[in-house]
Design a protein around this ligand. Structure first.
Ligand code: TRP
Length: 336
């Protein structure tokens, strides 16, 4: 099939990906691999916006992230997986884009306030304030048309779109205005019933979760708090256990039947959870197996990163050339 355009998205290497990432963005990535020319970015510089004092673990997390990508079916033969810090032209584009947006505009980005609050920072660094500008540079560097992300990233994509429009207005048409693609389950609730599954909240099931941990976590899940006995009528809506059934149990007849019995007080929470464990196990087992298979191939991750980053550098150089040309920054030429 002819590619319809370019797709870019990525993650910060901060640890293993979880089910929330899968439904928010990974499923879309895997599905769209044949329709778009895809770039999957490992955003290690973005990690520094908060972890600059302690960058020691980033390398290992890069590896884990790439293994997660491969295990869900991102295919390096078809898609480019690359490392941000091996693509320095992105930082150069970010520098240019930084001129096109005001400080108050960046201060209004809601995720900034959240990070400052959650990490109890006195104030945001220049780098943290510029987080969405660097993200815009990632996206614009490959002149992406579509960006699949979780809902929490929507405000960053708005900044990207503004920057692309502003650049084009000032200097001529160089960048597509990228579209945000949010997954079918834009925000997956946490195991504890809190709004969002998140590693830092400790309410997540990772894509490489071992069967024992999976069991324990599901059995401890928050469910309908108003229900004291299996014979009490239960609430399905807003119940995390059923939200996970909806998102991951492909046996829809079973899910419908469980919901009906739950509403009628004819099934206990333990059985609903057991069936969820089985459904999640059917989903996770092949992912876990593929992860083990690729992890066993020495040097594979390193090779994928090296090859992908070479491709990304080529794209980045071309985009930067187009941007500089549009801006008229061609008064002196580089010499080797
Ligand atoms: N900010 C994204 C996150 O935390 C990661 C990211 C960096 C990204 N650059 C990107 C996502 C470009 C999409 C496109 O998940």
């Amino acid at each position: 099939m002819q590619a319809q355009g370019r797709l870019l998205t990525g993650d910060r290497p901060t640890g293993k990906l979880h089910l929330g990432h899968y439904v928010g963005s990974l499923a879309n990535r895997v599905r769209l691999q044949d329709d778009y020319t895809c770039y999957f970015l490992v955003a290690d510089y973005h990690v520094l916006t908060t972890a600059y004092e302690n960058p020691a673990g980033i390398g290992e997390n890069v590896r884990e992230l790439v293994l997660d990508y491969l295990s869900v079916g991102i295919d390096p033969e078809r898609s480019t997986i690359y490392l941000q810090s091996l693509t320095p032209a992105v930082s150069e584009l970010a520098l240019i884009l930084g001129m096109l947006i005001s400080v108050p505009r960046l201060q209004r980005v809601p995720t900034l306030k959240e990070v400052v609050r959650d990490l109890q920072l006195d104030t945001a660094s220049y780098g943290l304030l510029g987080y969405p500008v660097l993200q815009a540079a990632d996206i614009m560097m490959v002149r992406a048309h579509i960006v699949p992300v979780g809902r929490d990233q929507a405000s960053h994509l708005e900044v990207t779109r503004e920057l692309a429009r502003r650049f084009n207005e000032l200097y001529g048409q160089v960048f597509p205005i990228p579209e945000t693609l949010i997954g079918e389950v834009p925000t997956l609730v946490g195991l504890d019933g809190r709004a969002k599954m998140s590693k830092s909240l400790g309410n997540a099931i990772t894509l490489s979760e071992e069967p024992e941990d999976l069991r324990r976590k599901v059995m401890g899940m928050y469910t309908d708090p108003t229900r004291l006995r299996a014979t009490d009528p239960g609430h399905v809506e807003g119940n995390p256990v059923f939200q996970y059934h909806d998102a991951f149990n492909t046996d829809t007849a079973e899910v419908e039947e469980l919901k009906e019995r739950y509403r009628g007080g004819r099934v206990g929470d333990v059985e609903v959870k057991r069936r969820l464990i089985d459904a999640l196990e059917r989903f996770l087992a092949p992912i876990r197996e593929r992860r083990a298979a690729v992890a066993a191939r020495a040097g594979l991750v390193e090779e994928i990163i090296a090859d992908g980053s070479r491709t990304a550098r080529r794209e980045a150089a071309e985009t930067l050339r187009l941007a500089r040309e549009a801006m008229g920054l061609t008064y002196f030429a580089e010499r080797q």
